[in-house]
Ligand binder design. Structure first.
Ligand code: AMP
Length: 218
């Protein structure tokens, strides 16, 4: 089963993708994570992407399409993937459709995790992750039980994304509405779009997603 998670930055796509992976035996493919890894490694792609990401704009379609195309040729994706943060433009969605056909696969579902803009800025600017195990936290909504210590692995080091600041977030939201929101009617026309209420607590959003996936045709 292959699934696209749609929704604005900070809407919880990454959090939910991680929670769904084990239940459904799927692999999370986050182009944001892949691009951040490219930036950290100092690769050519990373160098090109860094300034664009810091400005809250979208990296060019060619780059992300090539990254996904290559990643889908790795064996661990055969059982199915959750696309998280990809596609982000109609051109990317069309390229994904063509790529999946070429590889003898298809898309089973696209689910929008819907959250109004007003909630997103506070969600994004307060979030951070454990530098060691990647567990996600929030200054206000999800603090570790012991201040400054990761609940999951005990590490005391945490990281914040360079683009999770108030100024860049507004630009990322603009990019979402202008370039990514047109994917909602794109997938609706294909008859594979569902919506979940992303303002609910994390576990309830997961339950709603699981209900949709259980009734999705494989
Ligand atoms: P994310 O982690 O999904 O919020 O992505 C962080 C940043 O990476 C975005 O603001 C974009 O600059 C870039 N990015 C991630 N995925 C894509 C994509 N599919 N197309 C274009 N740019 C992307």
């Amino acid at each position: 089963m292959n699934l696209v998670l749609l929704g604005p930055p900070g809407g919880g796509k990454g959090t939910q993708a991680k929670r769904l992976m084990d239940t459904f035996g799927l692999v999370q493919l986050s182009t944001g994570d892949m691009l951040r890894a490219a930036v950290s490694s100092g690769s050519e792609i990373g160098k090109k992407a860094k300034a664009v990401m810091d400005a809250g704009q979208l990296v060019s379609d060619d780059i992300v399409i090539a990254i996904i195309d290559e990643r889908l040729d790795q064996a661990d994706t055969q059982n199915g993937v959750i696309f998280d943060g990809f596609p982000r433009t109609v051109a990317q969605a069309e390229a994904l459709d063509a790529m999946l056909v070429r590889k003898g696969r298809g898309l089973n579902a696209a689910i929008e995790v819907r959250v109004p803009d007003a909630l997103l800025i506070e969600r994004i600017t307060g979030r951070y992750t454990c530098a060691k195990c990647g567990a996600g936290y929030h200054d206000k909504f999800q603090k570790p039980a012991k201040d400054g210590v990761c609940d999951k692995c005990g590490s005391t080091e945490f990281i914040r994304r360079a683009d999770d600041n108030a100024e860049t977030v507004t630009k990322r939201l603009d990019a979402y509405h202008a370039q990514t929101a047109p994917l909602l009617p794109y997938y609706e026309k294909k008859g594979i779009l569902s919506v979940v209420d992303g303002t609910q607590d994390i576990a309830k959003v997961t339950t709603d997603l699981e209900t949709i996936l259980k009734s999705t045709k494989k």
